[in-house]
Design a protein around this ligand. Structure first.
Ligand SMILES: *Cc1c(COP(=O)(O)O)cnc(C)c1O
Length: 441
């Protein structure tokens, strides 16, 4: 498969290059040249297949030309050693629990898949040592660090804003050691992201070391997220509920929903989508006005969605404009006919968490709360809604406890991280300092 850049000014790349580089030379995002349709036979009968079997078929459509079947199957089966069940909360409203992986967040799937794919390329093609840079507001860092932990030939640098991630999240990437280095930046998330972007564009640094990104700009990180949407439809099929299905995705950088839209373009039988946002409403405003006006991010209770300039926006536009050859107006029309938006402030998020807990006994995390509320407000008669519960509520224990007045249990897996010793490198938000540090590595 060939990959082009959303900015159209970079050479066409193969999968190996797209994964190792992350971002194209022109700062665009890589897009697969073709999106294969999956056969009706498969789509109609997913109910009879396991998660891993479903995922392998989807993975084969994206990566099958570039990775031999045996290795790809191994990568998929190793990545998906856990389930993403749907849980019925109310008549026609289901929570798709994406948090049963190693760090209890959906990003575990993409992170692990990318780590294993990079490892495959390093072995197969003798790729030199790869350094992964990842900026995180909490969840990405832990998923990537754990996905890559102990993988030979790869070193991971996790940049996070000092004092702005929860203790539990911090412990998940600062206590690992081995090939994982945590960098504590004196700034906000956007500063971390800027440091990473600047590093990719710095010629001297790229001469010195091979750098790649594990944020959802990387095709190997975001595409595997399509797996669990197919699996959600399969589960609905088993319940006889798969007609007129609506999928609602709490969104920040829009990688997760973008993967769902790729799935839809491959034929996944979903009627429409909802992108649920916190107070960071840039995409919501685009849906209303057709204009994209990025802004600085606002800090909210759902901090993994505090993004003011979602990196995958370009991919979503490209998916419809280029793959379906539509003008900007037609693209906007097409997107608004398929995706609706929602935006909630912190007060509404807390309200929703309290209300859902009181009415259904289900504990939402602040991100999932946006998804649940958007479905409640927008689901129409005859539709069946599935929202993504993107993280285990215990990851946001202090917030969740204080809102619902409870004391939720911390799963063993999380508690284990908190026993570790924190190790981090302190860093200013100046690129020159970060560069000097990397040049010494
Ligand atoms: C990353 C994350 C999101 C947002 O996902 P995107 O792919 O960036 O849109 C939502 N919820 C949680 C818990 C996350 O970690």
């Amino acid at each position: 498969m060939k990959y082009y850049s959303t900015n159209n000014q970079a050479p066409i790349a193969d999968l190996h290059k797209a994964v190792v580089k992350g971002l194209a030379e022109d700062r665009g995002l890589y897009m697969p040249e073709r999106i294969k349709q999956l056969p009706a036979d498969f789509l109609d009968n997913m109910r009879d297949l396991s998660f891993q079997e479903i995922a392998y078929t989807v993975a084969d459509a994206f990566f099958g030309e570039d990775v031999d079947a045996g290795s790809l199957k191994q990568i998929v089966y190793d990545t998906l050693a856990f389930e993403t069940p749907i849980v019925k909360l109310e008549e026609n409203i289901y929570s798709l629990e994406l948090f049963h992986g190693p760090t209890l967040a959906f990003k575990d799937v993409g992170a692990r898949f990318m780590a294993r794919l990079l490892q495959y390329f390093i072995k197969q093609e003798g790729t030199e040592k790869v350094n992964v840079l990842v900026a995180t507001s909490g969840d990405t860092g832990s998923a990537v660090a754990n996905g890559f932990l102990g993988v030979d030939g790869i070193h991971v640098y996790v940049l996070y804003p000092k004092g702005k991630v929860s203790k539990i999240q911090e412990s998940q990437f600062t206590t690992l050691g081995k090939n994982i280095t945590a960098i504590e930046v004196d700034g906000v998330f956007d500063d971390c992201q800027a440091l990473v972007k600047n590093a990719f564009m710095d010629a001297e640094l790229n001469q010195h070391m091979k750098l790649t990104s594990a944020n959802s700009i990387n095709v190997a990180r975001f595409l595997p997220q399509a797996f669990y949407y197919f699996n959600a439809v399969a589960q609905l099929q088993r319940e006889g509920k798969a007609d007129r299905c609506v999928i609602c995705v709490p969104s920040g950088n829009f990688g997760n929903i973008c993967a769902a839209l790729f799935g839809h373009a491959m034929g996944m039988p979903v009627k429409r989508f909802i992108a649920a946002n916190n107070a960071n409403d840039v995409f919501f405003n685009y849906l209303q006005s057709g204009k994209y006006n990025p802004k600085a991010s606002i800090q909210t209770l759902a901090n993994a969605m505090d993004v003011g300039d979602p990196s995958n926006f370009a991919r979503i536009i490209d998916l419809y404009s280029k793959h379906q050859q539509l003008s900007p107006e037609e693209t906007h029309q097409r997107i608004t006919s398929l995706i609706s938006g929602a935006t909630y402030n912190d007060k509404q998020i807390s309200e929703t968490m309290r209300q859902c807990f009181a009415e259904t006994g289900y504990t939402l995390d602040p991100h999932g709360a946006c998804g649940y509320r958007a479905l409640k407000e927008q689901l129409q008669l005859g539709e069946v809604g599935v929202f993504c519960e993107t993280a285990h509520p215990a990851k946001f224990k202090e917030t969740v406890d204080s809102i619902i007045g409870g004391d939720i249990e911390i799963p063993e897996r999380l508690a284990a991280f908190m026993k570790g010793q924190k190790q981090s490198v302190e860093m200013s938000k100046e690129f020159a300092d970060f560069k000097e540090f990397l040049l010494k590595q």
